[in-house]
Design a protein around this ligand. Structure first.
Ligand code: ADQ
Length: 463
């Protein structure tokens, strides 16, 4: 069997697997058969990075990492990836900052990563590249005469041509995506947007979901990511009996809990969600003293001023709501700006009567799936879900809301708090079936089957 090589911006080194290192490592756990190589940035900024990767072995997997200079980090990571691509692909043109020198730095880091990766590749390796940081990687590998099958999965949304063309280097980025054999998306909407962009901006002719560019075929697939549902259910059941869940339950004194869990990111719709909770208390006073809202928002990307501003805005909204509605023995909003462990969260989800997942845009949103998995089927909570999360394509039995409208979110929370057991069970049953079918394991299998079915590149010519 061909060796699998995973490439992602950050590598979850075995030494640093904490609450923050979770995401991709959990999703790809099933693909991590012994022999797999995982390549990417070490997370370290140094003066002179080595040309070849540093190798660490753990559980039969080889982790190969390279460092970055401070200037590379600023241009590649802070500047172009998170300052231009992240806002653009989340439909936030107003937050996009494009600087040509950042794009040049982004391409240079991809070129350097490709050169370092090429030193450890074997001819038959299947290479699976993850996310928007590394779009040009395949093109750079092809320039180095790498003929392996290379796939790319985009974890965030994709935008239609009318938005993508705002980015000055959009045609080059699309060229980069077209250098992969397989390009995967969470939803059909993102895939269609990509194909339209390729059609309009590269002038390719579509053959259903594929096209030929520079002599090789690109397959665009839909492959929604999932969670390790069985493990999550077990964690939730166990954690709900644990000490932290007990402390949370005791502190609620019989009140209902609504919960939100996110990275502190402007794509997650946190201000509107917290405003919505205030509206709930204003418009439906019967819930005062009867419900508490726990928002866990792990701080991220604090070297970007948009994130610092968001944090200040949230501090203000939480302060306003608590100032207005708190009683001396009841605080409506509990707000934590740290990551909590996966297991602790699983227990908290199970206690919560309502899970509030209202991103303005989100590739998928795994919290929605975790919340569903964690529920007690005999007495499940209700998921309130943004129609603009990729998860809304699958989790149609949630209460689907427009996250731009705090009143609509407040109405949905109200409805969730009042929902009868029969309806909660019926909705949950349907949602649970879906999160048991569309798992992390299936995500990996589907992608790798598509990639394995491709042919190695016959020629080395590249633009
Ligand atoms: P993220 O934007 O990080 O991921 P999401 O899918 O919601 O978004 O979360 C990933 C993981 O982080 C989940 O397992 C969640 O439990 C954990 N997490 C989130 N907030 C946390 C907190 N406060 N404390 C501890 N853990 C927390 C990107 C895309 C998503 C896409 C994923 C996977 O933006 O749309 O679903 O990749 O493809």
């Amino acid at each position: 069997m061909a060796r699998l090589v995973i490439v992602s911006n950050r590598v979850p080194l075995p030494t640093e697997r904490g609450p923050r290192a979770g995401g991709l490592a959990v999703a790809l756990a099933d693909a991590l058969r012994p022999g797999t190589l995982w390549f990417g940035w070490s997370g370290k900024r140094v003066e002179t990075p080595a040309e070849t990767p540093e190798l660490v072995q753990a559980d039969g997997v080889t982790y190969a990492t390279v460092d970055m200079t401070e200037a590379e980090y600023r241009a590649f990571y802070v500047g172009f990836a998170n300052g231009a691509l992240w806002p653009l692909l989340h439909f936030r043109l107003g937050l996009m900052t494009y600087r040509r020198e950042d794009y040049v730095g982004y391409c240079a880091v991809n070129r350097r990563f490709a050169a370092a990766l090429a030193t450890v590749l074997q001819p038959d390796d299947l290479i699976w590249v993850h996310d928007y940081h590394l779009i040009p990687l395949a093109q750079e590998l092809r320039r180095l005469s790498v003929r392996n099958r290379i796939g790319f999965f985009l974890h965030i949304p994709f935008v239609p041509p009318v938005m993508l063309e705002v980015l000055p280097c959009a045609p080059e980025l699309l060229e980069g995506m077209a250098a992969y054999d397989v390009v995967g998306f969470h939803t059909d909407g993102y895939r269609r947007a990509f194909l339209q962009c390729a059609q309009q901006m590269l002038g390719v002719e579509l053959d259903r979901d594929s096209f030929v560019h520079n002599g090789s075929t690109v397959h665009a697939i839909v492959d929604p990511i999932g969670i390790d549902t069985e493990a999550f259910v077990k964690d939730a059941v166990r954690a709900a009996r644990g000490a932290e869940a007990r402390r949370l339950r005791d502190s609620l004194e019989g009140r209902a809990l609504a919960v939100g869990v996110d990275r502190l990111d402007y794509s997650k719709g946190l201000p509107n969600r917290l405003i919505a909770f205030g509206r709930l208390l204003a418009e439906y006073p019967e819930h005062r003293r009867k419900v508490s809202f726990l928002q866990v928002a792990a701080r991220s990307r604090e070297d970007n001023t948009d994130y610092l501003q968001l944090r200040r805005e949230l501090d203000r909204i939480v302060g306003d709501t608590n100032g207005r509605y708190s009683e001396f023995d009841w605080t409506p909003v509990r707000y934590i700006t740290r990551a909590l462990s996966r297991r602790t969260l699983a227990g908290f989800y199970r206690i919560a009567r309502v899970g509030v997942v209202t991103p303005l845009r989100d590739g998928m949103n795994l919290v929605a799936k975790e919340y569903v998995a964690a529920q007690n089927p005999a007495d499940p909570g209700v998921l309130v879900l943004s129609r603009f999360a990729g998860a809304a394509d699958e989790l149609t039995e949630a209460l689907i809301v427009n996250p731009f409208d705090p009143d609509e979110i407040a109405e949905a929370i109200h409805r969730a708090l009042l929902m009868e057991l029969d309806e909660r069970r019926a909705r949950h049953q349907a949602l649970q079936d879906k999160v048991h079918q569309s798992t992390a394991r299936r995500f990996c299998e589907v992608f790798l089957q598509h990639l394995a079915a491709c042919k190695t590149q016959p020629m080395l010519e590249c633009a």
